[in-house]
Design a protein around this ligand. Structure first.
Ligand SMILES: *Cc1c(COP(=O)(O)O)cnc(C)c1O
Length: 389
């Protein structure tokens, strides 16, 4: 058996190696490292793939979130609602812009932002909601858009983990994750579902005016060269990353399918275990089939995350590492409990789900190159540990 990786970037690269090597050498020979034609080419390909009017590439997924909030013109003191159970980048940019983060609890089955908790958190100062499509699954966008329309709020989708996922609305139509709210953001960090070979990110919107504003913000607030109309930032995707992404984008659907195949194998192995809860792949408007079926396109499995309910999560984590099975605790601490984001405004009783998940979750190896022998070994190792404990 090949050694098991948490994310096998090398194995994936080897399948597109000659194409990537040639394209990267071409960029070097052209010397157009920044704002070259390759960036525009990738931007257009991604617009077509997502079915969105504007993609604005930038330097990373954290910048993308910050720039999206700047583009919406939010002012210090405005409240922004986001999930308590996610990577810190989301709350970090809210705080950096001197907006007020309002962390709310998540749903126990999808790990995504809880709709009733959003409703409870709305005040006259609320200006935006940032749903994070966590671990690759789209949040309940029907309900979120309804709340946003009712209260006149912006919706910024943090799509760093769910690029390629589809959301099926109540009326049956589908849209790509990240293209539903006012603006969506993503990360091309190497381990993300569409990763480059360094840092990268992008912002998506169907709003022409907002796209224009954002194109200036990413470029020092310039709309005309050397005329700075607003305070901006410097945030660029470089040409080397753009050619890598352009080559990988046509494979993205296959990459998502490979991840779902691995997820299906895991779920089959663990679904009947009394102390393991497998992740739910559920569109809000399609029944939860309990499997990872072909219509589970709402989930692209950035992570495959189990809940261990017998209190042995930390022991399992160590045991798997000893057996050569990488695994990770995403996330070990609720954001409202992190030193940087603690606040007297929060009440522990408002976060029952997140406070429970941080003790139970464990994410298994998940990437496009997992083979049957590796999957079998991982499943057998986990099941024999669970049965012995
Ligand atoms: C990775 C990630 C980000 C940040 O992306 P970077 O490119 O690393 O800055 C933001 N939000 C979520 C949910 C992420 O997973």
């Amino acid at each position: 058996m090949k050694p098991i990786q948490m994310v096998d970037l090398k194995g994936q690269y080897e399948k597109i190696q000659s194409e990537v090597d040639d394209a990267v050498i071409d960029v070097i020979r052209s010397s157009m490292f920044i704002n070259g034609p390759e960036v525009k080419n990738f931007q257009q390909d991604l617009e077509a793939y997502l079915g969105v009017k504007h993609v604005i590439p930038c330097a990373n997924g954290t910048d993308a979130l910050q720039i999206a909030l700047m583009g919406l013109g939010l002012q210090p003191g405005d409240e922004v609602i986001t999930a308590d159970f996610t990577f810190a980048a989301t709350v970090e940019v809210i705080a950096l812009l001197q907006l007020t983060p309002v962390l709310v609890d998540v749903e126990p089955d999808t790990f995504n932002i809880d709709i009733d908790a959003i409703k409870k958190a709305i005040t006259p100062k609320t200006k935006a909601i940032i749903p994070v499509h966590l671990f690759g699954q789209v949040a309940n966008m029907d309900a979120i858009m309804e709340i946003a329309n009712e209260h006149n709020l912006f919706v910024v989708e943090d799509n760093a983990q769910a690029i390629g996922a589809n959301y099926t609305f109540k009326d049956g139509h589908k849209q790509k994750a990240g293209t539903i709210g006012n603006v969506g953001t993503t990360s091309f960090f190497p381990s993300k579902n569409l990763g480059c070979y360094g840092d990268g990110g992008a912002i998506f919107t169907n709003d022409d005016e907002l796209a224009h504003t954002i194109r200036g913000i990413v470029n020092h607030g310039m709309y005309t060269r050397y005329y700075h109309d607003v305070v901006g930032v410097n945030s660029r995707l470089d040409s080397v990353q753009a050619v890598v992404l352009k080559i990988k984008l046509p494979h993205l659907n296959d990459y998502c399918n490979s991840r779902r195949d691995a997820a299906r194998a895991y779920t089959q192995a663990f679904k009947n275990h009394p102390h393991i809860i497998t992740p739910t792949a559920k569109s809000n408007n399609t029944p939860n089939c309990g499997e990872i079926c072909s219509s589970c396109d709402c989930h692209v499995f950035h992570q495959y995350t189990l809940q261990i309910t017998n209190g042995k999560r930390d022991e399992l984590h160590k045991h798997l590492l000893e057996k050569g099975i990488p695994n990770a605790i995403y996330y070990p601490v609720a954001l409202h409990a992190q030193k940087a984001y603690r606040d007297d405004r929060y009440n522990e009783a408002d976060f029952p789900v997140t406070n429970d998940l941080v003790k139970k979750v464990i994410s298994l190896p998940m990437h496009t190159e997992l083979d049957e022998a590796q999957l079998n070994f991982i499943c057998e190792t986990i099941l024999s540990f669970m049965d012995a404990n």
